[in-house]
Design a protein around this ligand. Sequence first.
Ligand code: PLP
Length: 386
Amino acid sequence: MYMKYNCNLYGIKGSASMEFMQKADEMRKNGEQVLSLAGGEPDFNTPHKICEAAAEALKLGDTHYAVGKGILPLRVKIAEKMRKENGIECTEEEVILTPGGKFGIYMAIFTLINPGDEVIVFTPSWVSYIPMIEACGGCAVPIELDYHNNYMLEEAEIKKRITDKTKAIIINYPNNPTGRILSWEEAEILVRIVEKYNLFIISDEVYEKIVFDNRTSISIGSFSSIRDKVITVNGFSKAFAMTGWRLGYTVAAREITEMMYKLYVHTITGTSPFIQRAALKAFECEAEVQNMVMEYERRRNFFVKELNKIEGITCRMPEGAFYAWVRFDTDKSSEEVAAMLLAQTGIVGVPGSSYGEENETCMRFSFACTMEVLEEAVRKMKRIQF
Ligand code: PLP
C-alpha cells in the first residue's frame, strides 16, 4: 500500500508537556491569568561562568564544525565524571556529545532496534520514549507500575512481559513524572533480568543531580556484569539550567558507541563547539547546582506539604527531579481534572494520562517555578470544587 509519509510516524502524538506549556503561553497572551506548572525546565538562568565561557569561545571564533564525537577535553571530563561519580568504567572514546539528552535517547533506540523489536517502558513514563520507539519501527511494551506500590519494579511482572522479541528496557531515574529514584533492590532486579534475557538497558539519567534529602541516584551502568549492555544518557539541561543550549551525552561500550556514531555523523555531524567549550565550565559549578537543588527542595517541601492538606489530594514526597505527582481522589479522568483546574483556577498542569497512568487520576505539576507561583497555586487549589 502506498504511504505518503513514513508509516512509523502516523500514530505518533505530540508532546503533552509542550502542548500544555504552549497553551499557558497562549492564554497569557490573551490577557488571561495563568499559573503554569506544566513546564519541564529549570526556572533559573544558566550559571554566569558558563555563559561567559560561551561568549569568549564565540569571540575567539570557535564557530566551525566540531568533528568527531565531541571536543576531546569535554569527552575526557565526562568520562572522568562517569568513573568517579557514577561508578561507570569508561573512556572518552565511549562518550558522544548530543544535541540534548533527547537525541541521545533517540540515537540509542535507533541503534538497538530492528523492525518489530520490543522495548519495555515502565509507565508512568516520560512522554517521548514510546513515540521514539515507534518512530524507529520498534514496538513499545508498556509495563504499568502500581501507584499503590509506589511504582516499584516487580521482577515477576517484568518477566511476564519478556518475549523472544524483547530487545531493551528503558529506565529513567530520578523519574519524570513520579520523582522516584532507583532503589538497590530494583537495580538488582534489572541486573538479573538483563543477564538472564540478554537485553540492553537505556538509562535516562538527566535528572541525576536533582535529588533531595541527601540521596544519590544509582547508575545501572555501574554494575560491571552488565556494563556493556547499558547506554547511559545524561545532559546539561536540567542540572545546569541549560535547556536551550541543547547539549547532552551518551556513555556506552565502544562497540555500541561506534554503531551510534554511524547515525550521528550522518545526521547531526556534531554539536556546536562554543557550546561544548562553555559546558566545560559546568564542571566548576558545583556550588551553583547545589544552590538550585536546595531551592527545589525548599519548594518541594512547601508545595507537597500544602497539597496534602487539601481534601481529595495526595502527593508523595518526590525523591528527585522537580515534579509533584499528585493523585486526585475522584471519578473524573486526569484530562477532566486538568481542564477543570484550568477553567476554575488558571493552573496549568499535565494530566497523568499523558504519561500512561490510566488507573489513577494523577497530574504532574512542576515546582521549577517561584515560591510565589506555588503559594498562589496552593491557594487556588484549595478553592477548587471536584
Ligand atoms: N529525559 C527526560 C526524562 C526528560 O524529562 C527530558 C526533558 O524534559 C529529557 C530526557 C530531555 O532533556 P534534554 O534533551 O533537554 O537533555
